[in-house]
Design a binder for this molecule. Sequence first.
Ligand SMILES: C[S@@+](CC[C@H](N)C(=O)[O-])C[C@H]1O[C@@H](n2cnc3c(N)ncnc32)[C@H](O)[C@@H]1O
Length: 273
Amino acid sequence: MIDSYESISPTAILTAYPRMFTDIPYEKEIYKWLSKNCNENVKLNKLLAPEIEARYKLTNKLFEDTGIEQVLELAAGYCSRGLIYSKKGIRYVEMDLESVSNNKINLLNDIDSINSNLNIITGNALNFDDVIKCEDFFDINKEIAVINEGLFRYLTFDEKKKIAINIYNLLKKYNGVWITCDVTPKKFLQKQDNSNKGLNENINVITSRNTLNDRFEDINHIKSFFRDIGFKSIEIHKFIEMKEELKSFDILNIDRNSFDELLENGIVAVMKI
Ligand SMILES: C[S@@+](CC[C@H](N)C(=O)[O-])C[C@H]1O[C@@H](n2cnc3c(N)ncnc32)[C@H](O)[C@@H]1O
């Protein structure tokens, strides 16, 4: 049965494309595979590269700071993170909807291979029964990190809450941390409209799920929303922390200061229960 959330899946190509213009390993091979094998009609945008690179690198840095050795990445899309960390010995479970997971397995087998630390599973992050499928691969005696990038912006607050409760329940069993950039405040969207004209209209056309009503107001709203679910520690980091690490500015020959306002308003939250 096709999941109604599958309308969001083509956006995984939208976010895979700009990672080609960075130094992140495997991303060029991944996009090359997608362009040959996926016939999605999505309007691509190179200017997304600085923010996508910043959120990817900030998430990695914050994950590495934890020293945790097992990860569940929800809505992992076509991202290379699982492949890279699993090769470093991290137990890594990627979950996404059926079409993306199937493509991911085929693409990884074509461009590299799926090692024994990497598990690609199909599931809907709103269903706890799907989320706990990761238990088959994890050591219950070790903490986990849950990661997601680019999922919540397409969901209503009720849907975001359901996933946050699923993650809370998982962390209750394992302990650990939730690292996510999926707390987009309204101001980030406004800055995105300034630095990347037409982007949000394009996302509206693809998903019909990109409304300003589904955005967090500000950092206070982010904190109160997750505190009400039971998260006790909510640390806020900004994309701008990664500015010096971003290679996309030089690769695309864009002024490295012209994205400051956008990067100032992009957030990665690190949450514990
Ligand atoms: C913008 S893409 C982000 C993909 C990847 N994290 C990245 O940054 O490139 C959104 C992803 O969310 C996935 N998705 C949408 N709804 C989902 C759900 N209910 N459960 C799991 N994944 C979902 C889509 O299939 C898609 O891969």
